[in-house]
Design a protein around this ligand. Structure first.
Ligand code: BYC
Ligand code: FE
Ligand code: FE
Length: 475
């Protein structure tokens, strides 16, 4: 299905055939633009940015690249093509035809999930809005802006569903998505990580590595949904999402590469020596990883969750790659064993019904996916002849949601007396001194092809262009 760009709101959902819906969305559109101007990267509104825009929804050549000013980006509504005769892939209604409408009895559950998903998208734009001022290169600046406009489009994706399928409630929720703001004292964003400040590019790269990856897993689970418009929306969002994680993985890889160069040049692994050369020492990077990984783990919700169980039972939210990764798609009477805190500083084993454990199933798959990058960076470190190893902390460490919330453990997940935890924490997550050092590195580099001293150049440019292409022309 091709995308119609002649319309005010580009779309491939025949918006023109539903005048009421079209009018409602055209009413929301200027509010979105107001929000973008107030809360987005508006200091760069006049910059010409080399951006990709979706032109189709098929895997082959779906995007067009060209120079645009961000406020002129064509945010639109794009659903992946329907799969003929698609049937429900999991839960109590397994095998029945998928739904084109939201069943009344599941309406509030669907709304809650769509709102939660939608809330994260503009939140991330708000979190990242000042980073342009300290970009390490034009290549990176362009990637930041690409992510920003696409997260804006992901908001559109959820707002379309709210408007098209949830009537007045949906329209009200769409307004609220622009009214809550990241870190706002009165109206914060819904999920914790999306209220954390992202003040430097090291945090941004960790966020795109860890937090956008939560997006991948959540979108994959929603792409399994029996509510077909939601599934198709998320399927297309995933094609855009791949770039966000690419930015995180290659970005952190470039930080490691640069650090290794400095370690070789100075012949030292001493953090102070590395910092004096204007680079990010590996223990500091480890603390950033600890912070963003533990925060992102909370995004999967509680280990044992009746919300998750009913979302699975009702065919609302499945597991990533449900068809290919699992044998039992109903999970009515299977269970898993989990290690839980026993309330006395120790551990106990608990048997949990599989449906209730779905958040944990997802979280475990996510952790395995996160390990891939670390393995790659550790290979880089080893090849350079150093013994340091980056690691993911235990998924019990520093949790704020679920069974391990506020249970003090060390980074290995071992229960730890509270005082020991309080003493240890400053060494496990970025300290004020770490942040000050990273901040001192955040100097804007905007000469084409030049990189800030703390990050190595990328291996290749965007869309086969050279690395020194002028990806952003600042006004
Ligand atoms: N912070 O049974 P529970 C992305 C709430 S990222 C604060 O434990 P449930 C992106 C929860 O809402 C993907 N609150 O969890 C990335 C519930 O509240 P209510 C975002 C939290 O419901 C980068 C209560 O605790 N998409 O796209 O099974 C850039 C008990 O809930 C948190 C989604 O999340 C938290 N971390 O699952 C841009 C998908 N965690 O309702 C974008 C949609 C839980 O009782 N959301 N709570 O007031 C969901 O599937 C589920 O809502 C969750 C929670 C997985 C988040
Ligand atoms: Fe997104
Ligand atoms: Fe993303």
């Amino acid at each position: 299905m091709s995308i119609n760009y002649a319309e005010k709101i580009p779309n491939n959902v025949d918006l023109a055939d539903d005048r009421a819906l079209q009018r409602a969305l055209e009413h929301w559109q200027p509010r979105f633009m107001d929000w973008w101007r107030e809360m987005g990267p508006n200091d760069f509104a006049g910059a010409d940015v080399y951006l990709r825009t979706a032109t189709g929804v098929d895997a082959e050549g779906w995007a067009h690249y060209g120079t645009v000013k961000m406020p002129d980006y064509r945010w639109g509504i794009f659903l992946a093509d329907p799969i003929a005769d698609r049937t429900i892939g999991f839960g109590d209604s397994f095998g029945q035809p998928v739904w084109r409408q939201v069943p009344g009895e599941f309406r509030s559950q669907f709304r809650r999930l769509i709102v939660t998903q939608g809330d994260t998208e503009p939140a991330s734009v708000e979190q990242q809005r000042r980073l342009g001022h300290t970009c390490p290169s034009l290549f990176d600046l362009r990637n930041l802006f690409q992510i920003n406009v696409e997260e804006g489009r992901h908001l559109w994706a959820m707002v379309y569903l709210l408007h098209a399928y949830f009537g007045r409630d949906g329209r009200e929720e769409a307004e609220e998505l622009l009214a809550r703001h990241s870190g706002d004292a009165d109206k914060p964003r819904i999920l914790g990580t999306f209220n954390e400040p992202i003040e430097d590019w090291l945090s941004f790269l960790c966020f795109t590595y860890f937090t956008d990856r939560d997006g991948k897993f959540q979108l994959k689970s929603l792409a399994e949904s029996s509510f077909d418009p939601l599934a198709r929306t998320c399927r297309f969002m995933l094609t855009e999402e791949a770039h966000h994680m690419f930015v995180g993985e290659t970005g952190l890889g470039r930080v490691v590469r640069r650090t290794l160069e400095v370690m070789k040049e100075t012949g030292s692994e001493e953090p102070q020596a590395i910092q004096r050369q204007g680079a990010v020492d590996l223990p500091l990077l480890q603390r950033y990883l600890n912070f963003w990984f533990s925060s992102s783990l909370d995004l999967f919700g509680s280990e044992v969750s009746s919300n998750a169980a009913s979302a699975f039972a009702n065919g609302i939210k499945g597991r990533p790659d449900e068809a290919t990764q699992y044998q039992d798609h109903v999970c009515a009477d299977s269970s898993v064993e989990m290690e839980m805190p026993d309330g006395r500083g120790g551990l106990k084993k608990e048997t949990v019904g599989m449906r209730n454990a779905m958040n944990e199933v997802l979280r475990n798959a996510y952790v395995r996916d996160c390990e891939i990058g670390l393995k790659r960076w550790n290979t880089q470190i080893k090849r350079a002849g150093f013994g340091f190893e980056l690691r993911l902390p235990s998924s019990r460490f520093r949790r704020a949601i679920g069974a391990w919330a506020n249970i003090p453990t060390d980074t290995e997940g071992g229960p730890t007396p509270r005082e020991e935890f309080d003493r240890g924490l400053p060494e496990w997550i970025p300290s004020a001194a770490d942040k000050a050092h990273v901040k001192s590195l955040m100097r804007r580099v905007v000469e084409p092809g030049k990189m800030a001293g703390w990050i190595a150049p990328p291996e290749r440019g965007v869309n086969n262009l050279p690395v020194d292409y002028e990806y952003v022309r600042l006004d």
